[in-house]
Ligand binder design. Structure first.
Ligand SMILES: [Fe+2]
Length: 208
């Protein structure tokens, strides 16, 4: 599919939801699928209640995992990881944020771009936070560089988008519950469509 051919917010929202319908049954971790994880994370943001842009960021935050051609399973068979977590050198947060910037504002793309760093930040500033992390999440943080130093944490807290990224990170950590009730993908389709701010003309860009 050519993403650049999508010429309405409705078409972009449909195509993004289609990514979850087509690829979302891949495992997010040892307990839930990517789609279940996205829906649960979005549902936590709704319950907060967060702003619509933060809810959409929470729902879409791991889309980078679904956009890479090498998925967790393929990477594992290639020996990149045997730890049951996605290989972090794929930088799914950057991939997702760059891709989504074609249509969405920074209030959505920045929390997504920062949500991996937010875990390292929380480990530095909240001694109880590490207790909520799953073993796989602790291992992936070690791969990402471990807890931030106090200077790194100060720089992170000053970034635009860091506050919603930290909130998103806490919902992310909760969104791994087997069988948790969640809103439908269609609920998020409507929200996603409502926060699209630009549709590039066909000749303007080529995100993929
Ligand atoms: Fe996540």
């Amino acid at each position: 599919m050519r993403w650049t051919m999508l010429q309405s917010a409705e078409a972009v929202a449909d195509a993004l939801i289609d990514v979850y319908e087509q690829r979302g049954s891949e495992n997010y971790d040892e307990s839930v699928t990517q789609t279940a994880h996205a829906l649960q994370c979005g549902a936590h943001a709704m319950a907060a209640p967060a702003s619509v842009t933060t809810i959409v960021a929470a729902f879409l935050h791991d889309i980078g995992h679904l956009l890479v051609d090498i998925d967790v399973h393929t990477a594992r068979t290639h020996g990149d990881t045997d730890r049951g977590v996605a290989p972090q050198d794929l930088r799914h947060e950057d991939l997702g944020a760059r891709f989504l910037a074609t249509w969405f504002p920074e209030s959505i793309t920045e929390p997504i771009r920062l949500h991996v760093s937010a875990k390292r930040y929380l480990c530095a500033i909240d001694p109880e936070y590490v207790d909520v992390l799953s073993p796989a999440s602790i291992r992936s943080m070690e791969l990402q560089g471990g807890p931030m130093t106090s200077a790194e944490a100060e720089r992170f807290a000053a970034l635009p988008g860091s506050a919603p990224a930290v909130a998103l990170r806490r919902w992310d950590d909760l969104a791994k519950e087997v069988g948790a009730p969640v809103p439908s993908l269609d609920t998020f389709r409507t929200l996603v469509e409502s926060v699209i701010v630009r549709i590039p003309a066909v000749e303007d860009s080529d995100p993929r």
